[in-house]
Ligand binder design. Structure first.
Ligand code: DX5
Ligand code: ZN
Length: 227
């Protein structure tokens, strides 16, 4: 997006995988800021998607940062292969990780950006202990595991709380939303305090094409950002 304040991260989970390179190149040309790669293992979430080979395949077709959202039970075991494949940042879940601090330090040791993710049922309060160690916070606005779900409006008060906490504890930390983001819900998230938006279906599933979809999203976001 041209509006530097809000960044758009199209999720390739919703892309036409038979034309993945083309779809990613389209997203870059149309103003995407980073590419979101959803990795699912069938255990942490009830769905399987793709692994490091897809990051490796996409790496040569775009200069955009590739952010890897790990919805897997043992993220620590896979950082090296994703880095070798070309990943620029990692999003790891608070849920199910008994040693999150160690996980975050591992990513930092690899000199990559790291974000912590919280599910819809997880309180913003848990972030207090990890905020200093992350570059971004991702608030899930659907339950993780599938694309094309409805944005959970019940997450909006939490998004506001996370924004307040960031301003108090770590200004400059990014606040990203993931799930059900479209031209109607994106403005709600931005007004609540988000500055990075993941969008899968609304970017790659729009019958009018990626360019029209991104244009529509950006117009809605800009209007909200100027409020
Ligand atoms: C859900 C994923 C999301 C998903 C977003 O588990 O983390 O990134 O692909 O897709 P949409 O935009 O279709 O909700
Ligand atoms: Zn995601």
């Amino acid at each position: 997006m041209n509006d530097a304040a809000i960044k758009l991260a199209p999720s390739i989970l919703a892309a036409d995988l038979a034309r993945l390179g083309e779809q990613v190149a389209d997203a870059e040309r149309c103003g995407a800021d980073r590419i979101h790669v959803d990795v699912m293992d069938g255990h942490f979430v009830p769905n399987i998607s793709f692994g490091a080979v897809v990051v490796e395949a996409v790496r040569p077709v775009t200069r955009l940062p590739l952010e890897v959202h790990l919805m897997i039970t043992d993220p620590d075991a896979f950082f090296d292969e994703f880095v070798t494949a070309g990943a620029d940042s990692f999003l790891v879940h608070w849920e199910g990780n008994n040693n999150l601090h160690r996980t975050l330090q591992r990513v930092k040791a690899l000199k990559k950006r790291v974000g912590v993710v919280i599910n819809p049922a997880t309180s913003a309060a848990v972030l207090e202990e990890v905020l200093q160690d992350v570059d971004l916070v991702l608030v899930m606005t659907v339950n993780p595991g599938f694309g094309h779900q409805h944005f959970l409006h019940t997450t909006l008060p939490k998004i506001r709380r996370v924004r307040e906490m960031i301003e108090r504890v770590k200004p400059g930390c990014e606040l990203e939303l993931d799930g059900g983001i479209d031209a109607t819900t994106a403005p709600l998230g931005v007004v609540a305090g988000a500055n990075v938006l993941v969008a899968g279906t609304s970017v790659f599933g729009d019958g009018n094409g990626v360019a029209a979809a991104i244009e529509r999203l950006c117009a809605a976001i800009k209007q909200a950002a100027n409020l």
